[in-house]
Design a protein around this ligand. Structure first.
Ligand code: 5AD
Ligand code: SF4
Length: 478
């Protein structure tokens, strides 16, 4: 059922891992010669990076070969993000760069994939004259056909959103792979309709992927030497799948357990959790299996109940605090991280203070922090005025960032003297004498190499130093 393609080998490079919203990478590949070549860049959330691996697989099956060099490619693809205005600005800037390549190499096709393609649809072709293809997140199977049409001069658009598509049968071509950690997409779309968010419009209705195909993918990754999988979805806690033959229902807690049982040496992570949906059953499953990582990304967005109501998050401050209490009660060593939006419509100074106090209450190990950016078509854009001045939004965001940095620093300082099981991911950024790897709590630890150890191995590291971003340690004998 899986389309293995051993001749394609993906190794890519993520340029900026710190900014979840505007992450960028280029695919880097071995050149196979002869065949038509594609180049792909991705922006936005982990789901986009995961989708690019599906796109690469579809194109590989259609006879295309990947290249790291856009100047020699026949097809330039950009997988786009619409979550904030800045993300869209970045994409438009990249399109200008692609235009230059096209001038020097007529016949090169440029395709826009992902959320911006879905949001702007055929308008893209009018706005950006040199774009040849516009393909939404559920239409990637159509890519080879649309490319063939575009080669004959026919610009192509497919932004059909599906209620069924999960690409379950497609084995992603691992881009940006360190051979140790990989993403597995377990569901698509989002039904939550948070009022600030464009995702339900760009990624369509929520649907869960067949759990057997997820297990097959996890097993295949383990057999290929991977030691960590991250189960991806906009709201993983609402994963639900029913076996059409047996009628057996599979919840997220069930799925988590099944993936944990693939192998005790395969670490399992997941993202993103929604505070309204994360159940005690999930928390108990996490506590039960050592290889389910003790880390939850639980976006709060705001610490104030009135703002949360306007955001249509469907929980209030007390509910969120209760979930945080439950996490620390059931999994005492769990780390929690968050997404936070500063300056949502009508937010007062007191309400902003509630967000600050929530950061302290939750003791987040880290957060992704943004100021509110109105997105056309969302409920907030239609119903509320974007009335917080830009300087106020920025100042509130700075206060949030400053506090989070302090809390992250304390959180990390608290790890000094502790020992952790670390999965080695590769050389540290600064020195090839050091390895980097993560502990279960998703913290990066840098430590001197020891002979005989390689990426994909586990080792035990004792921490002796900490900044707000990284831990330093030494291997201790097990
Ligand atoms: N403005 C600012 N941040 C946003 N996010 C989503 N939509 C917006 C917006 N319109 C943030 C949320 C979400 C994360 C992925 O991006 O915090 O959790
Ligand atoms: Fe957007 Fe809310 Fe869905 Fe997340 S849960 S993708 S913030 S609508």
């Amino acid at each position: 059922m899986y389309n293995q393609n051993p001749t394609l080998e993906g190794i890519g490079k993520k340029i900026d891992e710190s900014k979840q919203g505007e992450v960028f990478f280029q695919g880097q590949f071995t050149d196979q010669g002869g065949a038509k070549r594609f180049y792909i860049e991705s922006y936005g959330c982990q789901m986009n990076f995961s989708d690019s691996e599906i796109v690469a697989s579809i194109l590989g099956e259609a006879g295309f070969r990947p290249t790291r060099n856009m100047e020699e490619s026949d097809l330039i693809l950009i997988n786009t993000c619409s979550i904030r205005e800045k993300a869209e600005d970045t994409v438009r800037k990249r399109l200008r760069v692609f235009d230059k390549v096209k001038e020097g190499r007529p016949g090169t096709l440029v395709g826009v994939l992902g959320c911006m393609a879905e949001r702007l649809k055929s308008k893209f072709l009018d706005e950006e004259k040199l774009v040849d293809l516009v393909i939404g997140p559920d239409a990637y199977r159509d890519l080879p056909t649309l490319v063939a049409g575009a080669e004959d001069g026919e610009k192509g658009v497919n932004v059909f959103l599906s209620r069924e598509e999960t690409y379950a049968d497609i084995s992603p071509l691992r881009l940006d792979s360190n051979g140790v950690a990989a993403f597995i997409s377990i569901m698509r779309g989002c039904d939550n309709m948070c009022s600030f968010c464009v995702v339900p419009f760009t990624r369509g209705r929520e649907r869960s992927r067949d759990c057997f195909s997820i297990l097959a993918e996890a097993t295949d990754l383990y057999n290929k030497g991977y030691r960590e999988v991250t189960l991806l979805g906009q709201n993983v806690d609402s994963y639900k799948w029913e076996n059409p033959e047996s009628g057996q229902k599979v919840s997220f807690a069930n799925l988590l357990e099944m993936v944990a049982l693939v192998h005790p040496d395969l670490r399992v992570r997941f993202s993103t959790s929604h505070p309204k949906d994360i159940t005690d059953e999930v928390l108990h499953t996490m506590a039960k299996y050592e290889n389910i990582c003790k880390y939850i990304h639980l976006p709060v967005q705001s610490g104030n109940s009135r703002v949360l109501d306007l955001m249509n998050r469907t929980y209030d401050r007390e509910w969120y605090m209760e979930r945080v209490d439950a996490i620390y009660r059931i999994i005492p060593d769990c780390a929690i991280s968050s997404d936070i939006i500063a300056g949502f419509c009508t937010e007062t100074e007191e309400e902003h203070q509630d967000t600050l106090s929530m950061i302290e209450y939750s003791n987040y190990s880290m957060s992704y922090m943004f100021f509110y950016s109105e997105r056309p078509g969302t409920m907030a854009a239609r119903k509320f005025e974007d009335d917080i001045p830009q300087e106020v939004k920025k100042r509130r965001l700075q206060e949030i960032i400053r506090l989070q940095n302090q809390i992250s620093f304390k959180h990390n300082q608290n790890d000094i003297g502790k020992t952790f099981k670390v999965l080695i991911e590769g050389d540290s950024k600064r020195s090839d004498q050091d390895f980097k790897g993560r502990n279960s709590q998703n913290k990066m630890i840098v430590f001197p190499k020891k002979e005989g150890l390689k990426p994909g191995d586990y080792t035990t590291v004792k921490v002796y130093e900490a900044t707000s971003a990284t831990l330093k340690g030494n291997i201790v004998s097990e």
